[in-house]
Design a protein around this ligand. Structure first.
Ligand code: PLP
Length: 497
């Protein structure tokens, strides 16, 4: 059942009338700030709020509607951007004198991306980002658990924390990892502030200037940048649909002594490919033979849309060759900056020291809240919800691609994750495609971002993390049309940029 927030409480008269006419539906798929902006705009248009009337102060309106201040700020910003209201510094927000009624205002009817500074980005179907949609974040549950933590732990949640991480959380994670067939204990888990910090800490621990590192080709740019920044030489091993090319890996191991091999064995970023068990075993054999350390970055494993279970490489690691890194960014909330490492005993001391000298510890408050997710058994619910949501988006994207792309464009359907990796004909230049698509309101990630050496000219990564189903359909149709037009070089019929 939908929860409707309706206002009855008394506040100054003019405001009361206005606020009393607002009702937001927290369960609607439309953002609350868009609902609020739409309703205010309607009241203004219907002259129920006179020109130059001051809108309720942000905090007061937020309180009365039981929403965040930020939601009201965003709604007012949205109205200001289309001149429905105006702002007076220090005085507030006022109804603009003449409303240019725009019945098809795109700002209010569709999703708008607003950055942290509440500035408007252009409306865009963003297939370039693999960051999850904020409307999927479990804000209400988080709020409840946050309050529990605050009531329970009070100031202790804000004090200096153990550098290795909040012990109950490490225990919860260790128990939870049994679902992935990974054996660990709280003692060999290090909580880190996001997987990016995990990668940085590992690079800091193991790399000196001029060392070499083996990476998949293509790979996650955030990791490549860290390794390069440490002065490492990157040795790329091409990946195919069941994992990196083993013969190439062996050849490179014979020629060099890399400090480690950085891998994403399940739903690899950017390709979406997953390693076969056979390849995983072979890689572990090679690791034992060549005394090779492996860093497994496993941020998408939970988003499996097939009936075939996926196993982390770490689950097969009997000789402590693998340091396992897992982020909560894609399946929880990236803003919390939460991830963890499982560290074989021989590397523990050095890595713990690197974390300590990086930032001493990861935010204790959010660690405590995440721990309650596990202890109150809400975590599986959270995963199921996201898994189902993303699976729907995934199915829509795969179907749209199959229906609309010309035959010259190919892709291997991944079994999970957030990305689809397209191969385009060499006759297309990615820059041209990127610009055309952006001009039509569709943003894509071009393949060159994911290679450290040779720029690959004919690949793009499409992510459905931040785009809802209908927008996926629209975006893929537009993109396919642009590709077809570029392929036929019939530039004249392209829509104006
Ligand atoms: C493969 C991979 N590793 C690490 C990260 C960084 O994640 P976090 O937000 O936890 O720092 C990302 C982010 O997209 C990623 O795709």
């Amino acid at each position: 059942m939908h929860t409707i927030m309706h206002l009855q409480e008394a506040i100054p008269k003019g405001e009361f009338k206005m606020i009393d006419l607002l009702s937001l539906d927290k369960n609607s798929s439309t953002h609350l700030y868009i609902q609020l902006a739409q309703q205010l705009k309607k009241l203004i248009k219907e002259e129920k709020i006179a020109p130059h009337t001051k809108l309720p102060p942000i905090r007061k309106l937020a309180q009365k509607l039981d929403i965040n201040n930020v939601t009201v700020v965003k709604a007012y910003d949205l109205l200001a951007a289309e001149n429905t209201v105006y702002k007076k510094v220090g005085s507030g927000t006022f109804v603009a004198p003449k409303l240019e009624v725009d019945n098809e205002s795109p700002h209010l009817d569709e999703e708008v991306y607003i950055d942290e500074d509440s500035k408007f980005d252009q409306q865009i179907i963003n297939f370039a980002t693999a960051a999850p949609s904020p409307e999927l974040f479990p804000v209400q549950t988080f709020k409840k658990l946050l309050n529990k933590v605050l009531d329970r732990d009070k100031g202790y949640a804000f004090g200096y924390q153990k550098s290795q991480g909040y012990l109950p959380l490490r225990e919860s994670i260790s128990n939870y990892l049994q679902n992935y067939e990974i054996q660990s204990t709280a003692q060999n888990i290090q909580i880190v502030s996001g997987a990016q910090q995990g990668i940085d800490i590992l690079a800091k621990t193991f790399l000196d200037y001029g060392d070499s590192v083996l990476v998949e080709e293509p790979s996650y740019p955030g990791a490549l940048s860290v390794f390069k920044a440490k002065g490492a030489q990157l040795i790329e091993v091409p990946i195919e649909k069941d994992g990196i090319k083993i013969a190439e890996l062996e050849k490179k191991l014979n020629k060099s002594k890399p400090k480690f091999l950085y891998l994403m064995p399940n739903f690899q970023n950017p390709t979406g490919y997953s390693y076969s068990k056979k390849k995983m075993e072979k890689i572990l054999d090679l690791a034992a033979e060549y005394n090779l350390l492996i860093i497994e970055d496993d941020c998408l494993n939970d988003l499996n849309y097939s009936s075939k279970p996926t196993l982390p490489l770490k689950a097969l690691d009997n000789s402590s060759s693998v340091i396992y890194l897992k982020s909560f960014s894609k399946v929880f909330m990236p803003g919390l900056r939460l991830a963890f490492l499982i560290i074989p005993p021989e590397y523990l001391e050095d890595i713990l020291l690197s974390k300590y000298i990086s930032d001493i510890f990861t935010d204790g408050l959010v660690q405590r809240v995440l721990d309650l997710y596990f202890r109150q058994e809400i975590w599986t619910e959270q995963l199921d919800y996201l898994q189902q949501t993303y699976q729907h988006r995934y199915e829509v994207m795969v179907k749209s691609l199959k229906n609309h792309l010309p035959k010259e464009v190919s892709f291997i359907t991944p079994q999970g994750g957030l990305n689809i990796w397209l191969k385009l004909p060499d006759t297309l230049t990615m820059e041209q495609l990127y610009n055309r698509a952006l001009g039509a309101g569709v943003k894509i990630a071009t393949g060159d971002l994911f290679y450290s050496q040779q720029p690959c000219q004919n690949r793009i990564r499409l992510s459905f993390a931040a785009v809802e189903a209908q927008q996926i359909k629209n975006g893929i149709e537009k993109l396919a049309k642009i590709i077809k037009d570029l392929l036929t070089k019939n530039n004249d019929i392209l829509p104006p940029l």
